[in-house]
Design a protein around this ligand. Structure first.
Ligand code: GDD
Ligand code: MG
Length: 360
């Protein structure tokens, strides 16, 4: 089986992290977001994954070389000359996606995190004779998503992208199974699967929805990314508790890369991920935060609800809280208070940021 992951989009809502690398390569729980998806696709029987990209191809190529081997899945790039939206990339990769035997393929948004019930979705898709099956989940605020209205068999009656008025609270989770016949509906031009394809498939009674049982989050913006980490680690505690950190100084769900070094007398957790090569000083307090590859945090510093980008340095006796996001290689002096500071890559921070601000 084959799959296409929609990797394009500039990831503006995840800046400043996406100033250093494309959104799907931003680490989530210590590995690039997209790796969670490729691993799940492999488990569901996919042997070839198409990455639909529209910018930074050189970064993507390096990534593919490294992971293709590690994962044992063929990964190919389908490069757009201009952003093709969420449906155009399917037309561009038509040759790869349509095997001529009617075999369905998966399509994934690259920024969604869940337990990926791909096999169950595929069985459901076949049993319903669907042209497309959408994974749906329930959210409190449906306005920023695509809303799906369906009957008790899962047949979709309406699909409304980013509705202004309340339509329902079941939303498109950004994961689809499609039969190759859907490709006939998609022209080779920038076009949206949500606005220009799904409503027509629904009108032909060929669009179905499979309801997700479990957590889900679009981690394409910092607040949701941190919420997503909480949900992911909660699920990991049930499925794979041995992969989480245990012992004195660890409180709640914490993921620590084996190459990270943690000092004496720290208190870490809940909902913290510490990636490869990090060095955490003595007496450090970390909660609800992401510490990306190569970060150093000096002694007696407290970090809460924040994301620290690759290779950044946080000084001693400091405090960071309230959705700070440090880009790559940010250098912070000692004894600073950072409240909701969003800092661009390669900056040096010498003074406190007492209220939320973007540091250019
Ligand atoms: N290749 C390519 N080219 N990919 C693109 C392009 C493009 O021009 N534009 C967007 N994408 C990719 C993004 O990288 C992302 O993986 C996916 O398409 C969806 O784009 P987002 O920008 O993240 O959309 P959204 O979050 O506002 O809404 C989408 O996801 C929601 C679930 O998280 C829609 O599919 C909604 O219906 C859905 O509810
Ligand atoms: Mg998104």
């Amino acid at each position: 089986m084959r799959a296409l992951i929609l990797v394009g989009g500039y990831g503006t809502r995840l800046r400043p992290l996406t100033l250093s690398c494309p959104k799907p390569l931003v680490e989530f729980a210590n590995k690039p977001m997209i790796i969670h998806q490729i691993e799940a696709l492999k488990q569901a029987g996919c042997t070839e994954v198409v990455l639909a990209i529209n910018y930074q191809p050189e970064v993507m190529m390096g990534f593919i070389e490294e992971w293709q081997e590690k994962l044992g899945v063929k990964i190919v790039c389908s490069q757009e000359k201009e952003p093709m939206g969420t449906a155009g990339p399917l037309a561009l990769a038509r040759e790869t996606l349509d095997d001529g035997k009617g075999t369905p393929f998966f399509v994934l948004n690259s920024d969604v995190i869940c337990d990926y019930p791909l096999k169950d979705m595929l069985d459901f898709h076949k049993a319903r004779g669907a042209e497309a099956t959408i994974l749906v989940t329930k959210v409190d605020d449906p306005t920023k998503y695509g809303v799906v209205v369906m009957d008790e068999y899962g047949q979709v009656q309406r699909f409304v992208e980013k509705p202004k008025e309340f339509v329902g609270d079941k939303i498109n989770a950004g994961i689809y199974v499609c039969s190759p016949s859907i490709l006939k509906r998609i022209e080779l031009r920038p076009t949206s699967i949500e606005r220009e394809v799904f409503p027509h498939v629904a009108a032909d009674n060929l669009l179905y929805a499979y309801t997700l049982n479990g957590y889900w989050m679009d981690v394409g913006q910092p607040k949701d990314y941190l919420k997503g980490l909480h949900l992911y680690l909660d699920s990991m505690a049930i499925r794979q508790s041995s992969a989480l950190a245990h012992g004195p100084g660890i409180s709640g769900n914490v993921l620590v890369d084996p190459t990270a070094k943690i000092g004496e007398g720290c208190l870490i957790g809940p909902d913290v991920s510490i990636s490869a090569g990090c060095v955490i000083g003595n007496g450090v307090r970390l909660s609800h935060c992401v510490v990306m590859r190569g970060v150093h945090i000096k002694d007696h510093t407290k970090v809460d609800l924040s994301i620290i980008g690759w290779d950044s340095r946080v000084g001693a006796w400091s405090r960071m809280e309230n959705h700070c996001v440090l880009g790559e290689d940010v250098q912070c002096k000692d004894e600073l208070y950072l409240n909701g500071a969003v800092v661009l890559p390669h900056k040096e921070i010498k003074e406190s940021v007492p209220s939320p601000a973007i540091i250019l």
